[in-house]
Write a protein that binds this ligand. Structure first.
Ligand SMILES: *[C@@H]1O[C@H](CO)[C@@H](O)[C@H](O)[C@H]1NC(C)=O
Ligand SMILES: *[C@@H]1O[C@H](CO)[C@@H](O)[C@H](O)[C@H]1NC(C)=O
Ligand SMILES: *[C@@H]1O[C@H](CO)[C@@H](O)[C@H](O)[C@H]1NC(C)=O
Ligand SMILES: *[C@@H]1O[C@H](CO)[C@@H](O)[C@H](O)[C@H]1NC(C)=O
Length: 395
């Protein structure tokens, strides 16, 4: 870690030194100070610069209030966060975000620094896991309509709500990102993406209280590769179908990931309502290692938290071309595989290959249940795959 950090700092200086026209805008504030105004000023100047520029937040700890850095900018822009920025730990007053990047084309965020959301007080005031109509807490980092972007080597710590939320992105990569919050922190999803085309999340570590990566409606072409999740709630496509005006999801690839001590492993969840009729297709999970994961493989088309929907209604989200291949490890409960597709709209073209999930609990062995789906089976299946598909599993 120390070596890696040293190398990346060296690399940043080289880039600044060598790149003839990358002008550097330093926030110029001493450590310990509140840099909200200085950062906004540096960003605004950099954004107006006619050539490539860098906004530099040097090493040290700073306070940072709510901030929106909005383009379009005249040239590509980079934010080098080398220090740690800390949110106001007492702020629990219904704001929707802490740091937002908006409408920027050609964006880099790197530098090895930390966004510390100071979420402790907020988690204790959060009642969203108990009440539907709850007070909003700020998302730590929002990327709204950011295109051709690379976010690399930054850490998000203790977000009050989601750590990172992405909407309207095109061609955006997250690499070597670290996300950390306690397992018991509510609603602290790691990275939520939706309504975007072309996002890659690579070689990252996400340990948090809610979903590791969650995928909302309208997401097209997402690659999640070499990501380690846990604790948390695993990798989730959805929930889908709660609202009208939702868009299709397609081209989701989750490969070479490890889930450890998560509630849920890899899942697709849709609401049992007819708010919208969209299709989620071409969703592939491959080479996934599970370590003591509860509900490792789950398709749940009757997702209905807080019992605020009618489970008798069928989901109108069509699931097509889904695969789970080479998924292995240990389950924390006996429900190793559950494919519960919609009554009125069976899942089509679901493939499972080389599933090897063990459960060692006293109520074992592990089970594999299917409803409204006839999966195509390849390779080994442990536990034994649903012998009579298209029937509701016995409860
Ligand atoms: C995607 O964005 C990166 C910057 O992160 C850029 O270098 C690359 O050219 C972009 N790719 C396309 C196809 O525009
Ligand atoms: C996943 O890992 C395997 C084995 O380590 C490697 O051969 C493969 O190229 C990787 N796949 C992707 C998409 O990274
Ligand atoms: C598995 O996780 C559960 C909590 O979900 C924990 O109680 C149990 O000790 C873990 N088992 C192993 C073998 O690590
Ligand atoms: C599902 O896959 C088949 C065969 O690869 C393809 O023809 C079809 O268009 C796909 N359906 C969707 C909705 O992506």
């Amino acid at each position: 870690m120390g070596v890696h950090f040293g190398v990346s700092v060296f690399f940043v200086f080289c880039l600044v030194g060598l790149s003839a026209n990358a002008k550097v805008f330093n926030i110029g504030s001493p450590p310990g100070s509140d840099i909200t105004k200085a950062l906004l000023k540096a960003f605004t100047e950099a954004c107006q610069a006619p050539t490539k520029s860098t906004v530099m937040i040097p090493k040290g700890e700073y306070k940072l209030g709510e901030i929106e850095m909005t383009g379009p900018c005249k040239a590509p822009i980079r934010i080098a966060l080398q220090g740690t920025v800390k949110a106001d730990g007492n702020l629990i007053n219904g704001k929707e975000k802490w740091v937002a990047f908006r409408n920027i084309d050609g964006f880099k965020l790197n530098g090895g620094g930390v966004f510390d959301g100071e979420g402790n007080n907020a988690w204790r005031s959060n009642n969203c896991h108990k009440t539907f109509n709850c007070k909003k807490l700020p998302i730590s980092i929002r990327f709204d309509f950011v295109t051709n972007a690379k976010i690399r080597g930054i850490t998000s710590l203790d977000a009050k709500h989601f750590h990172i939320n992405v909407i309207g992105a095109k061609n955006m990569t997250f690499e070597d990102v670290k996300i950390v919050a306690p397992a018991e922190s509510p609603n602290t999803d790691g990275i939520h993406v939706g309504r975007s085309d072309g996002i890659r999340i690579i070689n990252s570590f996400i340990s948090t209280g809610d979903d590791c990566v969650s995928v909302g409606d309208g997401m097209k072409n997402l690659l999640v590769e070499r990501v380690t999740c846990g604790p948390g709630h695993g990798i989730s496509i959805g929930s889908l179908g709660r609202y009208s005006h939702e868009e299709d999801v397609s081209g989701i690839k989750i490969v070479n990931c490890t889930l450890q001590e998560t509630d849920n492993g890899i899942r697709i969840k849709t609401w049992p309502s007819a708010a919208c009729s969209t299709t989620a297709s071409d969703i592939h999970f491959q080479n996934i290692i599970l370590k003591n994961v509860t509900n490792p493989i789950l398709i749940d088309q009757e997702y209905c938290p807080w019992n605020q929907c009618n489970k008798q209604k069928s989901s109108t989200i069509k699931l097509v071309n889904i695969s789970f291949k080479n998924i292995r490890g240990t389950s924390g409960n006996k429900d190793a595989v559950k494919l519960l597709c919609a009554k009125g709209l069976p899942c089509t073209n679901v493939e499972l290959g080389d599933i090897n999930i063990k459960y060692n609990g006293a109520d074992g062995p592990a089970t594999f249940q299917c409803a409204n789906v006839s999966p195509k089976l390849m390779g080994t299946q442990t536990p034994k795959a649903c012998s009579s598909p298209l029937t509701k599993p016995a409860k």
